[in-house]
Write a protein that binds this ligand. Structure first.
Ligand code: TPP
Length: 638
């Protein structure tokens, strides 16, 4: 355990504010050590939090939280904030079942006024708090902290564009560590670098400060005037100024004196929103993180001394990797295939594609909406774009999926990773809704992979579909170890497959729950219940012949999917109702995720909680038959 004598005296930020200023850095050092120790035991987000330790201490020192509203963008950097806001004793439960969330969460603490996990929501939310305050006639401060990576997202600009005409008092801290998860991309990133590296700017700012000091102005006026001189003299106003912000910076975000001075100073601005540009180092203070290419953005458990992370047991590759490798195979035969990612090259497996085809891979930044319409443009001009986007992040681009892709029938291929429950990342990252939101769109081909060989075939199927949008969903994590065939044949569109023939019960699985459906069938067989297991493959178009047959020839039909209510099961029910097939007493049950947001837990515990493991599937079939869910006792109907 790190020695934490000062931190031991801090239960809430009020205790921190009672400290002498000269002790703040000492506290920051202890918070950093505590965070490294805690995350080494749990795994989680490390680099981003280490980079904002000084900022976190300074913010709680300068502002009266929770009365002053502090909103962290994404929330993955809020571990130091959690340590300082009464959650230190639960840090070792982070991202585990029943433990702290890995992000900010309203229900967790009054110091988390707004929850997050998706990027670039902080300025909009903060603006809402500002207006509520202004309408109430209150005088609390509102601060949003946003990273340079998140500044690549459209929402940040929508909010900044709207800020100055909406409130006079908002503080935005731009935490510029020149990193997203991967290196940041785009014009704004280049612009920020220019601001930071502009030596003339820095020099003039320093000179201006000295001049103002010499004139004997009070300390806060000194900083303010110095910035104004520097701005006028060198930049003539920045991009942020044009949007109506006072721009202050760039400052060293690890210099406690500078940070507390500038934050105190920012409180004085009452006529315009303020943007404070600080420069920090992702992974600061922990050499293994500072030196790693990814700055230890997200880590497994690790050895504090060496920084070495626990290795996953050798096993099958992840679905992500299978997708990346398959796309490379296909792209070798087809030079129209293009990879598109929204700031997630390694998360989507497109980093592999980028190594092989650097000129055919586009990282557009944290900009899912743009990624989708950019891909639509590519498709409209004859290319074959694969937009690889997590299910949860594609939600942000949904209007673009509808308006730019589906209505125009453009053959954009969507590779939907992290479909289904995602374990430690919890509800904000769960891929719960894509089956419903894509299956609702006319003309879309919507698939889910039951294993990695299926995924490879489905990616090949997407590549072959040139007259319609298509999508394939697949889960987080390791695949099943099923060999991937040498020949990748496109599947027959809208056709499922029967994996096991039976007579009494039909289990119709859509996607990666198939393995558990087969296990459930084994259990049922052991009770003498003959069970058919089918893999639907497609949620759209549905395999109507298969569904008709399963409904006609079995007493019970169970649909299984790792997605929200209103997905595959609903489509099957809708079809059967239309056919009148439900009028004859078919016993049908739809197994989906529960109709509530599930918190983080181990993947197996989440699946069991959702009632989608083998035992739950078997129990659902037994109950539908009127038998005991556990023992299977009771009589099946003749
Ligand atoms: C809408 C959305 N897309 C993608 C992500 C995945 N993601 C999480 S953090 C992150 C990088 C954020 O970079 P930055 O804001 O600079 O913060 P840093 O980690 O560098 O502190 C990304 C892309 C996300 N959270 N939300």
């Amino acid at each position: 355990m790190p020695a934490t004598p000062l931190l031991d005296t801090i239960r809430t930020p009020a205790d921190l504010r009672a400290l002498e200023h000269r002790r703040l850095q000492e506290l920051a050092d202890e918070v950093r050590a505590e965070m490294i120790e805690a995350v080494s035991l749990t795994g989680g987000h490390l680099g981003a939090g280490l980079g904002v330790v000084e900022l976190t201490v300074a913010l709680h020192y300068c502002f009266d939280t929770p009365r002053d509203i502090l909103i962290w963008d994404v929330g993955h950097q809020a571990y130091p904030h959690k340590i300082l806001t009464g959650r230190r004793d639960r840090m070792r439960t982070i991202r585990q079942g029943g433990g702290l969330s890995g992000f900010t969460k309203r229900s967790e603490s009054e110091y988390d006024p707004f929850g997050a996990a998706h990027a670039a929501t902080s300025i909009s939310a903060a603006l809402g708090f500002c207006v509520a305050r202004d309408l109430r006639g209150d005088d609390n401060h509102v601060i949003a902290v946003i990273g340079d990576g998140s500044m690549s997202a459209g929402m940040a600009y929508e909010a900044m564009n709207n800020a100055a005409e909406t409130t006079k008092r908002l503080i935005v801290v731009l935490n510029d560590n020149d990193m997203s998860i991967a290196p940041p991309v785009g014009g704004m990133s280049a612009y920020l670098t220019k601001l930071v590296t502009s030596r003339t700017y820095r020099k003039v700012r320093e000179t201006a400060k000295k001049v103002t000091e010499a004139l004997g102005a009070p300390i806060h006026d000194v900083a303010k005037k110095a910035e104004e001189y520097a701005r006028t003299l060198v930049t003539g106003g920045t991009f942020f100024e044009e949007l109506g912000f006072h721009y202050l910076g760039p400052f060293d975000g690890h210099d406690m004196n500078q940070l507390t001075r500038i934050l105190a100073n920012a409180k004085l601005y009452k006529d315009h929103p303020v943007l404070i540009h600080i420069v920090t180092k992702k992974g600061k203070g922990y050499p293994p993180a500072e030196n790693a290419a990814d700055k230890y953005h997200g880590v497994a458990k690790f050895n504090v001394v060496t920084g070495e992370q626990a290795k996953a047991k050798p096993g099958p590759p992840s679905y992500t990797k299978v997708f990346g490798q398959t796309l490379i195979r296909l792209a070798e035969q087809d030079d129209k295939i293009i990879g598109v990612t929204a700031a997630m090259p390694s998360g989507t497996g497109l980093d592999l594609f980028a190594e092989r085809f650097p000129s055919r891979m586009y990282d557009v930044g944290i900009a899912e909406q743009h990624a989708v319409t950019f891909a639509a443009g590519l498709a409209a001009d004859g290319m074959k774009p694969f937009a690889a986007i997590y299910s949860t992040f594609l939600q942000r681009g949904y209007d673009q999926v509808v308006h730019d892709v589906a209505i125009q029938g453009l053959p954009v291929r969507f590779a939907i990773d992290r479909a289904g429950l995602v374990g430690a990342d919890g509800a904000t990252h769960a891929g719960a809704f894509d089956i419903g939101y894509l299956g609702a769109l006319p003309g879309f081909v919507v698939m889910a992979a039951a294993d990695e060989a299926e995924l490879a075939h489905m990616v090949a199927t997407c590549a072959a579909i040139d007259d319609a949008p298509s999508a394939v969903r697949y889960p987080r994590g390791e695949a099943l170890g099923v060999p991937i065939p040498d020949e990748l044949a496109p599947l027959a569109i809208g056709k499922g497959r029967v994996v096991r023939e039976g007579t009494t019960i039909a289990l119709l699985s859509y996607g990666a729950r198939l393995a558990d459906a087969l296990k459930a069938a084994d259990r049922l067989a052991a009770m003498g219940l003959s069970t058919t297991v089918a893999d639907a493959r497609f949620a759209k178009p549905l395999d109507e012949d298969l569904i008709r047959r399963l409904a006609r020839e079995h007493e019970v039909l169970i649909t299984i999917e790792e997605g929200a209510v209103g997905g595959f099961g609903a489509f099957v029910l809708h079809f059967l109702a239309k056919e009148g097939a439900l009028d004859c007493g078919l016993r049908i049950r739809t197994l989906t995720l529960p109709d509530r947001f599930q918190d983080q837990d181990s993947p197996a515990a989440q699946i069991a909680e959702a009632g989608l493991d083998a035992d739950s599937i078997a129990a659902a079939a037994l109950t539908a038959l009127g038998r005991d869910a556990l023992t299977g006792e009771g009589e099946a109907r003749a």
